[in-house]
Ligand binder design. Structure first.
Ligand code: E4P
Length: 216
C-alpha cells in the first residue's frame, strides 16, 4: 500500500520524505487555505519535494471550467494529478482530461457506485472519504472501501483506490487489510503509525537494564 500525505504544509512533506514514507501528496482547497502564499506556488514546491503523484483540486463546477483548470494544474509539473469532484460534470471532465493523457483523482466519493462511475470515465484514482462517512455512521467508511475494492477486483479495474479523510491508525490498518492501493494520511496520523505504548515501555526497560551492566 502506498502512503500519501494529506497536507499542503511543506515542512511536514519534507519530514515525511526524509522518513522514506512519502509516495505522494494530496492537497485540496481547504488544506491550501491554511498555508501562506499563492496556492500554485505551494503546489509547485510540493512537486519538487516528492516525485510521486501530487493531487491538486479544481473548483469549477462545469466540465469546461474543470478541464481548463486541470490543464493549468498539469502544466506545473508532470506528477500533478488533477482532483475532480464526483458529479456528472466531473465525469465529463475526467474523460476529457484522460483523452489528453492528464490523469485525474475523483474526489468526494462516498458510495461504491460513484467509484465505479469515476473508473469507467477514466479516473486514475478514486478517493472515498472514510472519516466523513464514519462521522455519520461509525464503521460505514471502511465498508465502502471494501465494496469498492471488491467491485474493482470483479472487473479487473486498474483505477487505484485512494483511502481519504483518514482519522486514525485503525483506518490505515483496515485499508491495508482490505487491500486498498493508497492511503492518504494527515501529519498527526502519520506520526501515530509508529507509536505503541509497549514500544515506549520496552525501550525504557532496555535502557534501564543497559545502565546496570554498561560499566562492567
Ligand atoms: C484528500 O484527498 C481529501 O481531500 C482529504 O482526505 C479530506 O479529509 P477531511 O475529511 O479530513 O477534510
Amino acid at each position: 500500500m502506498k502512503f500519501f500525505l494529506d497536507t499542503a504544509h511543506v515542512p511536514h512533506i519534507r519530514e515525511a520524505a526524509a522518513l522514506g514514507l512519502l509516495d505522494g501528496v494530496t492537497t485540496n482547497p481547504s488544506l491550501l487555505s491554511k498555508e501562506d502564499g499563492d496556492p500554485r506556488d505551494v503546489v509547485r514546491e510540493i512537486t519538487k519535494i516528492c516525485d510521486g503523484p501530487i493531487s491538486a483540486e479544481v473548483v469549477s463546477l462545469d466540465a469546461e471550467g474543470m478541464v481548463r483548470e486541470g490543464v493549468e494544474w498539469s502544466k506545473i509539473a508532470s506528477n500533478i494529478i488533477v482532483k475532480i469532484p464526483m458529479s456528472p460534470e466531473g465525469l465529463k471532465a475526467i474523460r476529457l482530461l484522460a483523452d489528453q493523457n492528464i490523469p485525474s483523482n475523483c474526489t468526494l466519493v462516498f458510495a461504491p457506485i460513484q467509484a465505479l462511475m469515476a473508473a469507467k470515465a477514466g479516473a486514475a484514482m478514486v478517493s472515498p472519504f472514510v472519516g466523513r462517512l464514519d462521522d455519520i455512521f461509525q464503521g460505514s467508511g471502511m465498508e465502502v472501501i471494501e465494496q469498492i475494492c471488491q467491485i474493482f477486483s470483479n472487473y479487473e479495474i486498474t483505477t487505484e483506490v485512494l483511502v481519504a479523510s483518514v482519522r486514525n491508525a485503525a483506518h490505515v490498518a483496515d485499508a491495508a487489510r482490505i487491500g486498498a492501493d493508497i492511503v492518504t494520511v494527515p501529519w498527526g496520523v502519520l506520526q501515530a503509525l509508529t507509536q505503541h505504548h509497549l514500544t515506549d515501555v520496552g525501550i525504557e526497560r532496555f535502557l534501564a537494564d543497559w545502565e546496570k551492566i554498561k560499566d562492567r
